[in-house]
Design a protein around this ligand. Structure first.
Ligand SMILES: [Zn+2]
Length: 410
């Protein structure tokens, strides 16, 4: 589900909650006369509209809810929803008009005002009016300082502007509200601190960068790029042993993420004159996860560079069946075959193994929105979530039919 629709669903749930709360009163004094709120529920348009909404049929929902408002034009919830639907359809100007008109009403409660402002902030954000969106979400928070939706939107706006310190401050407020109930909080705090470190690193403030990366790891030990960057900073400062310590710490804490540190460690061990440490490390990683092709590829490259082409070739053929889509393995195999004088028996082994495998592009995929990338990314460029990329594991050709059946069920 795209994030805007998700947010819309949450808003609708909130608004329905508000509406139900109001049903307690049934009647409401407005402009000096009593309005029977039951009348609204007696028209089929209101219920039909809500049903279309749940079904994501935006055009029909707008039509029915517009009919419903002709029965009771004062119905705040319906106007708010209508405005949100215009925004979802891309009619941002119309959405802004609807929500701004609602704000003019003299009898809004503080809570109602906060929610209309929240909708208006979303309109501005959707339309790309960053400053007005920021201002509006801050206004929501002045009315309702613990409004999580306003805070989340503020955080994302600051992230879009690369204002990492502001984004971090907002996320800390969200974490306080969540009080440990949301497991994502620590992870996001870690990534934001890491981005602050990257900004310091680019500006040449190595001490501040180091502290930010260390903080990021302390906040959440899963912040992979913080280990990598901390090592890079130490290396730039001439502290090679310290750099190795940071990269090895990543492997100790998150062995699954070890491949991210391999290239750096290979270079560092070589410069220290202890290349054997790299071979040992790769073998430990392969023992731990025999399907992990990146450690095998790294080891194969390392061995090939040292002239041990045959052992390298065996490693590559071990890596191939579970990851036939990884072009890097094929390229390395041809390099090694070239070094071995294109021995016919070796080529035949490779061709037979490759034929049985399913070929597939783009090995990384966002768990949330299924955005595909050939690079592992820390923040998804499509849904902007943190740390959602996983590697797609593909079954060999003979299991492909079973794998498709599983896909069709899910
Ligand atoms: Zn995504």
């Amino acid at each position: 589900m795209p994030p805007q629709i998700y947010l819309l669903a949450v808003l609708v749930a909130l608004l329905v909650g508000l509406a139900v709360g109001k049903a307690w009163e049934r009647y409401k004094l407005r402009d000096g006369r009593w309005i029977d709120r039951r009348r609204l529920r007696e028209t089929p348009h209101y219920m039909l509209g809500l049903n279309f909404l749940v079904d994501n049929q935006v055009d029909q929902a707008i039509e029915e809810l517009t009919h419903a408002t002709s029965t009771d034009t004062d119905a705040l919830e319906i106007q708010m929803i209508l405005g949100n639907l215009y925004r979802e359809k891309g009619q941002v100007g119309r959405a802004i008009n609807v929500h701004q008109a609602l704000l003019q009403r003299p009898d809004l409660t503080k809570l109602e005002q906060a929610y209309v402002l929240l909708c208006l902030g979303l309109d501005f954000r959707h339309g790309g009016f960053v400053d007005r969106a920021l201002e509006t979400f801050h206004e929501v928070l002045r009315l309702d300082s613990r409004n999580r939706y306003a805070l989340v939107n503020l955080q994302k706006l600051y992230e879009d502007q690369h204002q990492w310190t502001e984004a971090l401050r907002v996320r800390e407020q969200i974490a306080k509200i969540d009080a440990g109930r949301s497991p994502d909080d620590q992870q996001i705090l870690g990534f934001l601190r890491n981005e602050i470190g990257v900004a310091h690193q680019r500006a040449g403030n190595m001490g501040a960068a180091s502290r930010a990366f260390t903080d990021a790891i302390d906040v959440d030990a899963r912040t992979v790029p913080a280990y990598l960057n901390l090592g890079d900073v130490r290396e730039q400062q001439g502290d090679l042993a310290g750099a190795i310590e940071a990269w090895e710490r990543l492997i100790g804490a998150l062995p699954d993420r070890a491949p991210f540190a391999l290239e750096r460690l290979e270079g560092a061990y070589r410069r220290l004159g202890t290349p054997q440490r790299f071979t040992d490390l790769c073998r430990r990683l392969i023992d731990r996860d025999p399907q992990g092709w990146r450690a095998r590829l790294a080891l194969a490259r390392h061995l090939a560079a040292a002239g041990q082409h045959r052992i390298a070739f065996d490693q590559l053929l071990e890596a191939l069946p579970s990851h036939p889509h990884a072009l890097a393995i094929h390229q390395e195999i041809w390099e090694v075959l070239a070094s071995l004088g294109f021995e016919a028996a070796l080529i035949r082994r490779y061709v037979e193994l490759a034929r049985e495998a399913v070929f597939y592009l783009d090995p990384h995929i966002c768990r949330r929105c299924r955005y595909r990338s050939t690079e592992p990314l820390w923040q998804c460029p499509q849904c902007h979530e943190w740390n959602t990329f996983v590697e797609e594991r593909i079954a060999p050709a003979k299991d492909a039919v079973a794998a498709q059946a599983v896909d069709a069920r899910s």
